[in-house]
Design a protein around this ligand. Structure first.
Ligand code: ZN
Ligand code: ZN
Length: 185
């Protein structure tokens, strides 16, 4: 891309070898029905999974001695073409794990309740650094949806989703929802 004009003069494929390591994780599988339910209300499923993971990472150090940078999650990119499972996940950033997520598994409901409270008590409209934004997000907090985050955390806790909003239609939301189906495993 030309720096001065922003004109794109060439496209080329870039491939990097996958970054792989074995570690421990805490995750919750979500259902296709939940995704369809969110799609019907124009809430962004991937944005909700991403927000839920960020919120869990934000509260986890309050319960288990660790630092936020000891934890990782899957941060979706708006440009991603990789299929991904229906889930939100937090993992030990240290290869082999250092016991954080193994301990988190034993208090998962407490963590999810605290994460939901963090999101619900925050007065912001679309997510902010006090709730679902994360300073270390690899995708710059771009794909996030606060309303979907609440729905996903409530689903994980077996709570009612009845009073969640229905977002008015926009061109962007309809296209994003249709496109996102092909990105799920
Ligand atoms: Zn907020
Ligand atoms: Zn992220």
């Amino acid at each position: 891309m030309w720096k001065r004009t922003g004109e794109v003069f060439e496209f080329c494929e870039l491939t990097l070898p996958p970054l792989e390591f074995t570690t421990y994780a805490l995750w919750t599988d979500l259902s296709l029905e939940l995704k369809r339910w969110l799609d019907a209300r124009r809430l962004d499923f991937l944005g909700g999974c991403h927000g839920a993971a960020h919120a869990v990472m934000a509260v986890l150090p309050l319960f288990i001695m660790c630092d936020r940078v000891d934890l990782g999650t899957e941060c979706p990119s708006p440009l991603q073409h990789r299929a991904r499972p229906l889930r939100f996940i937090v993992y030990d950033q240290q290869p082999g794990g250092v016991g954080i997520c193994a301990a988190a598994f034993t208090i998962a409901r407490t963590l999810y309740r605290a994460a939901l409270q963090l999101v619900e008590d925050c007065a912001c409209e679309d997510g902010c650094p006090s709730c679902i934004h994360d300073l270390h997000c690899r995708e710059f907090n771009y794909v996030l949806d606060k309303a979907a985050t609440k729905a996903i955390l409530r689903f994980a806790l077996g709570m009612s989703l009845a009073d969640l909003p229905v977002r008015p239609p926009t061109k962007h939301a309809a296209a994003a929802s249709a496109a996102s189906d092909s990105l799920l495993l």
